[in-house]
Design a protein around this ligand. Structure first.
Ligand code: PLP
Length: 641
């Protein structure tokens, strides 16, 4: 477990039990009375055949733990409550969940349900998000905020106003100055008085990846001049009372509380000024940015780590708002935050299988093993090399005799390069080229330079399931979810199913370029090797595409229970089938099937129609199944080192 830093990023939810399996404690640290859930048992339950008591879901699989969501919400609420109590703050904390982080219906419904006792609300950034937030909040507290962010047209604005009419606490946050005219126009038309917020473009700038849109030149929000014009216009229309909320967002993964406090203090100044100018301000909405410690280092010096706890985050916010408001003699506002990553990241685990392994170096180890086991005639090999390569070969031999290993490696490179050129111009055969590769591998091994890294082929699409790794280099903890009592003797990178060289994971938390992994125990029928990607509950599901037409994973929702294994699966859904993903790209699976069936009738000339029926059945099944490998029936070829 130490190899994978699980104690750093996993606490209090994930750890390893005495059988070497990853376990989940969904209620966090304070609930030792609950039995830990063995993740391997969940995977077995989800994937075993129905006859073995399983749900027969294909991998990859997302395992959701709603109890983790509950714990995250309660932890954030309690961190703010404590800061408010201990600092004598006069307002309360009332958060919202930005649905863009994971719009899954059950995730959003769970958040509304778990948070309704403390008026937890939702944030939407588009019309469909607003529609889902309105619907879900019908079951929440009527005081819960419904923050309407994002670029808005008349339709978006009218939806937000209708929400107010339906007794939902919607706030239209102006992202652009022009939106105000539409708000005034639509509110007159619908006869609904809006509650308006402004998003301020702060001068405080977050320097990490996610801060590229913050600061004065940031993409979003209103400048000081624009905010003043909004105030004037609202005043002119006798609507200044409607302006009640100030919002800002300095970026996701805020690295330090110093930066956070700086931004909050700047916003609190604007908040105080708006009160001075006559607005009926009530809420300061500090946006998202509460970070996740993906690598467990707590260093706060990169996009994968933050250097503070939840409690420190809340304390810094409360202190900064209080300090400014007290100095300006302004009533302490309600503090709202839009934490997304910090709420949903931990609650889901992506499980996938490594199906085969091959050596990542230029030639496979099987070729070097055969060279090793067969007597390798160095003299004869040298003679077979083209004339131009003789000097490289001679130099290589001489440096080996001298024990100059650095020179050996350099001459190997030179020899290889020259032989590849000769192969390309047709003057070197394939056997000689393979011989050169083999010789260089032998040299590397003999001098201990090669530390072979294997490629583990994984039944997954990186583009669909870990898009942030591909798109912005975001690192997530990845590790085997079992066999952790056994030392992982190999090092590997992960290569996915897509026909795309970017479809791989070759950088890991801690800055490592390979992952400690175990030897596979026999493919196609041997013991399966399951890996888990953790902390990916935010953004990954919505961002993932259908590259190569791989769709999303299967899904199970798991709650703690008193049963024999301590858990119950409360929802299980297979991922999109080939038909589903084809439909996504405008194909019509039914018509496609008919076309292929006619083709069978035309081309398959078999008596009794048995072969044709078999083929049609096979095609029908493929439409119905998920696009991933059905391991055991086909599987990637076992290029095992
Ligand atoms: N609010 C706004 C306006 C955002 O743009 C974002 C995401 O970048 C969030 C909230 C959520 O941020 P995070 O997931 O870092 O909490």
């Amino acid at each position: 477990a130490a190899l994978y830093r699980i104690d750093g990023w996993g606490a209090p939810y994930f750890s390893v039990n005495s059988s070497g399996n990853v376990t989940v404690r969904p209620h966090g640290a304070g609930t030792m009375d609950h039995q830990e859930i063995d993740l391997l048992k969940v995977v077995k339950k989800a994937t075993d055949s129905k006859s073995a008591g399983g749900l027969e879901l294909p991998l990859p699989l997302i395992v959701r733990f709603p109890d983790v969501l509950k714990n995250r919400l309660e932890s954030i609420q309690s961190a703010f409550n404590s800061a408010i109590d201990s600092q004598g703050y006069g307002g309360h904390y009332q958060g919202v969940y930005p649905v863009k982080c994971n719009q899954d219906r059950f995730v959003v419904e769970d958040i509304v349900r778990f948070g309704s006792s403390f008026r937890f609300g939702l944030e939407a950034g588009s019309k469909p998000e607003l529609l889902l937030a309105m619907t879900c909040l019908c079951k929440g507290s009527s005081e819960s905020l419904l923050i309407c962010n994002g670029f808005k047209d008349l339709e978006y604005i009218s939806l937000a106003l209708i929400a107010r009419k339906l007794s939902l606490n919607s706030v239209i946050v102006l992202e652009q100055e022009e939106e105000l005219d539409s708000v005034i126009e639509m509110s007159r038309k619908l006869g609904v008085l809006p509650v308006v917020g402004v998003r301020a473009k702060l001068r405080t700038k977050h320097s990490g990846h996610f801060g590229s849109t913050s600061g004065e030149k940031g993409k979003f929000g209103l400048t000081t001049t624009q905010i003043l014009r909004v105030v004037k216009k609202l005043e002119k229309h006798a609507m200044l009372d409607c302006l009640q909320l100030l919002h800002f967002h300095i970026g996701s993964q805020i690295p330090t509380t110093a930066l956070l406090a700086d931004g909050v203090a700047e916003a609190a100044q604007i908040y105080g000024e708006l009160i001075r100018l006559g607005a009926s301000m009530k809420v300061i909405d500090i946006g998202g940015g509460l970070g996740i410690d993906y690598d467990g280092s707590k260093s706060g010096d990169s996009d994968v780590s933050v250097g503070y706890t939840l409690e420190e985050y809340a304390a810094a916010v409360v202190e900064a708002v209080k300090f400014v408001c007290d100095r300006k003699s302004v009533k302490h506002p309600v503090i709202c935050s839009e934490s997304g990553r910090a709420i949903v990241s931990h609650h889901s685990v992506l499980i996938f299988e490594a199906v085969s392994r091959s050596i990542y170096s230029s030639s496979s180890s099987s070729s070097s093993t055969s060279l090793l086991s067969s007597p390798f005639d160095v003299q004869q090999f040298g003679e077979q090399l083209p004339e131009e390569a003789h000097s490289d070969y001679h130099n290589l031999s001489q440096s080996a005799i001298r024990g100059d290993y650095e020179a050996c490696l350099a001459y190997c490179d030179q020899l290889k390069q020259r032989c590849v050129e000769k192969f390309k111009d047709g003057s070197l055969g394939m056997e000689q080229l393979a011989g050169v590769d083999g010789l260089c591998d032998l040299v590397g091994k003999a001098i201990g330079a090669s530390d072979p890294i294997s490629t583990y082929h994984i039944n997954l699409s990186v583009f669909t399931s870990i898009p942030d790794f591909w798109g912005i280099g975001q690192l997530f903890p990845i590790l085997p979810i079992h066999r952790l009592e056994e030392y992982p003797s190999k090092k590997g990178i992960l290569s996915d199913l897509t026909c795309d060289s970017d479809g791989k994971v070759d950088r890991f938390i801690g800055g490592d370029s390979s992952l400690p992994l175990h030897e596979l125990e026999g493919e196609n029928g041997g013991r399966k090797y399951y890996l888990g990607m953790f902390l990916g509950g935010a953004y990954e599901e919505a961002l993932g595409g259908v590259h190569n037409l791989f769709g999303g994973p299967s899904l199970v929702r798991v709650s703690q229970s008193d049963g024999p294994h301590g858990f119950a699966v409360t929802r299980a859904v297979a991922g999109p089938s080939c038909s589903d993903v084809l439909r996504f790209m405008q194909h019509e699976p039914e018509v496609m099937f008919e076309t292929l069936k006619h083709r069978i009738e035309e081309y398959v000339d078999d008596e009794g129609g048995m072969a044709g029926a078999l083929m049609a059945g096979g095609i029908a099944e493929s439409f119905h199944n998920m696009p991933y490998l059905s391991v055991g029936t086909c599987g990637l070829s076992a290029a095992n080192g």
